[in-house]
Design a protein around this ligand. Structure first.
Ligand code: GLY
Length: 564
């Protein structure tokens, strides 16, 4: 074990919460597990499981609580994706991604010279997509939950109404974004006390948010998308130059989509289809399957080169072919096929790297600071939920809806606001992801469930904008190929390459000195050490061996792992 691993294990010990708080292996249970970015939100899910709720009941309770206790990414004003595996083995995926307002149009963020105005697409009222979270969570609960929504939302209402003490991490985070949150009176009211950001130990009561949650508990989706809350949303947005209307809110609907999957070394990898980018994970696994990754060994420069070459090709395809499938004909079958992967990887050479400039998308004929949050839930019956949700940037567009107490997203920046222009995650896109009314913006969020012999052996996902995809890929490879225990599969240092920019982002400890030397000898020039926050991703994951459920909080960030 090198020093970094010890460091991650140390962080893990410090930051984990839950039944086995003192264990670096996370928590174990045979009955149920919740792993999320907030210990209070995980506890909300646990409370529901204790009352007899299933994994979906617990996931919905956790998600609503995250909107209270982890406001930079937990949300009512954003959107997400959920993958659900039922005890009978069937898999479902729910897309509750935000949509472009009806009055949106392709060039809405370009100035008179045709140049992108990044303020408008990232931090104005115009950057908000129509929120999908509330509809999504209630839709999940209606279809697969067993408990009434009033009960499931109650822990979140209590947290908002009675308050909870702000911990060190939350206060540090709010301080970091305090300057931006000060721009809006409603945001100031929520996050500041006497002009200063909330401090560690302050009891944080959010009465407006409690009222909104109560309205949802009492009236279901109408308590958010119609009536008083809807009017407050539209008033806030219109007063600040945004374009979301009451009609946009009323007509929002989440969509059940077929999950996508491939077989990989005898395992079935299930993930979310477009407008998620889970497809890239499948593509990269397909490209690497012919190689013996375990034999190459974790941290080996050859394996890193192989992975980067797969990443370059997959991200180049993303820019060309991925978008909302209701608006753009994504060539799903081809992109996920072994045949396409083989062809796409034909030019791979062990001793030569492909210049990103030379790589384009494959030929197909006919055919996110990085604030998002992921949590995983599993019940004893094998029901599993993998849910990733976001406001896009930390605290979204920083605008709290006055009187309703929640933040709005700035998800419109995930569209390609101009062809080949990078978004805040340096991702480019083209026609497939251009803005159109009611269309969903392409996302990197990739909740994933892996099944082997009818057992959901791994539930995973991550925040991290463009790094979500490579984070999930590395957890999968560590777990399946390197056969690491879950705490190592999640905790080992990561790296990331996304084709453009042609730079390797890496965590401390990801490359030993001789690995780095080998990569440089191969021709890799641009390396960038990760210096912001805890690390690349926050892959809160659960594994299951048929009797024992293990939950692991990613050591890169605080949160809670709780077992029933
Ligand atoms: N907003 C980050 C993502 O959906 O990828």
């Amino acid at each position: 074990m090198n020093h970094s691993i010890y460091f991650f294990c140390f962080l893990f010990l410090v930051f984990s919460n839950g039944l086995n708080a003192a264990s670096q292996e996370g928590a174990f249970s045979s009955k149920g597990m919740i792993v999320s970015r907030s210990s209070l939100a995980s506890d909300a899910g646990l409370e529901i499981m204790r009352q007899g709720g299933n994994a979906v009941d617990a996931a919905v309770a956790t998600a609503f609580a995250l909107a209270v206790t982890y406001p930079s990414a937990g949300n009512l004003g954003g959107g997400g994706f959920a993958l659900v595996r039922l005890p009978n083995g069937r898999i479902f995926s729910l897309d509750h991604r935000e949509t472009a307002p009806n009055a949106s149009h392709r060039d809405m963020y370009l100035d008179e010279e045709g140049e992108p105005n990044k303020h408008l697409s990232r931090s104005s009222a115009l950057s908000a997509g129509v929120p999908g979270t509330v509809d999504g969570l209630l839709t999940l609960l209606d279809r697969f939950g067993t408990m009434p929504r009033e009960k499931v939302i109650l822990p979140a209402i209590r947290l908002a109404r009675d308050g909870f003490p702000v911990d060190f991490f939350l206060s540090r985070h709010i301080k970091r974004y305090g300057k931006k949150l000060k721009d809006y009176e409603s945001s100031k009211k929520k996050f500041l006390r006497d002009g200063a950001p909330l401090s560690e130990g302050d009891l944080w009561i959010q009465p407006d948010l409690a009222k909104t949650l109560l309205s949802i508990a009492e009236n279901g989706r109408d308590g958010f998308y119609e009536g008083k809350v809807a009017k407050l949303i539209v008033a806030e947005i219109r007063a600040r130059g945004g374009i979301i209307t009451l009609k946009d809110l009323k007509s929002y609907s989440s969509v059940w989509r077929d999950p996508i999957g491939i077989d990989y070394r005898g395992n079935r990898i299930w993930t979310m289809g477009p407008p998620s980018s889970g497809l890239l994970i499948l593509q990269m696994l397909n490209m690497m399957e012919p190689f013996d990754l375990q034999k190459l060994g974790w941290g080996n420069s050859k394996l890193i080169h192989l992975m980067i070459e797969a990443e370059k090709r997959a991200y180049a395809d993303r820019a060309e072919y991925l978008g909302d499938p209701d608006f753009f004909d994504v060539p799903l079958e081809i992109l996920t096929s072994k045949k396409y992967a083989k062809k796409r990887f034909q030019g791979f050479e062990w001793d030569r790297l492909s210049e990103s400039e030379q790589i384009s998308h494959g030929e197909i004929k006919n055919r996110e600071s990085r604030e998002t949050t992921h949590f995983s839930v599993m019940g004893s019956d094998g029901m599993a939920v993998s849910l990733t949700t976001t406001l896009n940037s930390p605290y979204g567009n920083k605008i709290v809806v006055s009187g309703a107490g929640f933040l709005l997203n700035n998800e419109m920046d995930d569209f390609s606001i101009k062809s080949n222009v990078m978004n805040q995650f340096n991702l480019i896109g083209r026609e497939a992801n251009s803005i159109e009314p009611n269309k969903r913006m392409l996302s990197s969020m990739s909740p994933t469930i892996i099944v082997k012999d009818d057992l959901p052996i791994l539930v995973t996902g991550s925040p991290g904008g463009s790094t979500i995809i490579t984070t999930v890929l590395q957890v999968i490879i560590n777990f399946l190929d390197h056969k690491m225990p879950l705490q190592d599969a999640v905790g080992f240092p990561r790296f990331h390459h996304q084709w453009k920019p042609d730079t390797i982002l890496y965590e401390r400890g990801a490359f030993s000195p001789d690995t780095r030397e080998n990569l440089e000898r191969l021709g890799y020039k641009a390396f960038r050490a990760w210096t912001f926050g805890g690390g690349i991703g926050d892959a809160n994951s659960i594994s299951f061996d048929g009797s024992l459920i293990q939950g692991v909080k990613d050591p890169r960030a605080s949160g809670g792992t709780v077992g029933l």
